[in-house]
Design a protein around this ligand. Sequence first.
Ligand SMILES: CC(C)(COP(=O)(O)OP(=O)(O)OC[C@H]1O[C@@H](n2cnc3c(N)ncnc32)[C@H](O)[C@@H]1OP(=O)(O)O)[C@@H](O)C(=O)NCCC(=O)NCCS
Length: 194
Amino acid sequence: MGSGLREIFNSWGRNWRASFAKSWLVVSIGNDCDLRPGCVIEGGKPAPHEDYRGIILGNGVVLYPGVVLTTDSYNTESGIEIGDGTWINRNTLIQGSGGVTVGREVLFGPGVIVWSSGHKYDKPDGPILGQGLTFAPVVIGDGSWIAARAIILPGVTIGKGAVVGAGSVVTRDVPDNVIVAGNPAKEIGRRGAK
Ligand SMILES: CC(C)(COP(=O)(O)OP(=O)(O)OC[C@H]1O[C@@H](n2cnc3c(N)ncnc32)[C@H](O)[C@@H]1OP(=O)(O)O)[C@@H](O)C(=O)NCCC(=O)NCCS
């Protein structure tokens, strides 16, 4: 194919991607991000004129194979923001319906789950499916470490520099520099205290 023709096809491709992204997805990727093969960034579809955060990756974010960042636009908090220099290991899943904000230089081990929505279940005489959704934002502070297979539940704030042990289920906020582990996660120490 002559270079002129290739240029025309490339330009159609660029235009198509740009208009598709504008209408269907809101994803912004910073400079020098390392997005490994097999990671998924699923931005959802904003309703017309809806205020929607989308998915925003800062500079130098690393997503390993199997990482899934997924959100929709159920409310104005919906979306996922990942700070500069954060590393997310294999098969970690972050769901942003209720809003997830991850700070700078955070480490995620493999298989972590961060979820920011749930299901209403107050009416016992009927299936939960169809009773509606609940939303609660998750915040993960700068410089923290979320170790392998931890689960961070909706509404939780993890403090700056905090450590969440492998396999923990975090149901409550974690203060800065505190180490938590277990299900439910409890404080097992503080960084620098030993
Ligand atoms: C959280 C962690 C860093 C704590 O290490 P530590 O400060 O050296 O803690 P200790 O080993 O001294 O354990 C202190 C107590 O917490 C318990 N504990 C430690 N990690 C735990 C965990 N993940 N779940 C449940 N309990 C845990 C220990 O059993 C111990 O309890 P005890 O005092 O009753 O004996 C470490 O245990 C951990 O989970 N590392 C994650 C490793 C990992 O996932 N690597 C890959 C991801 S990048």
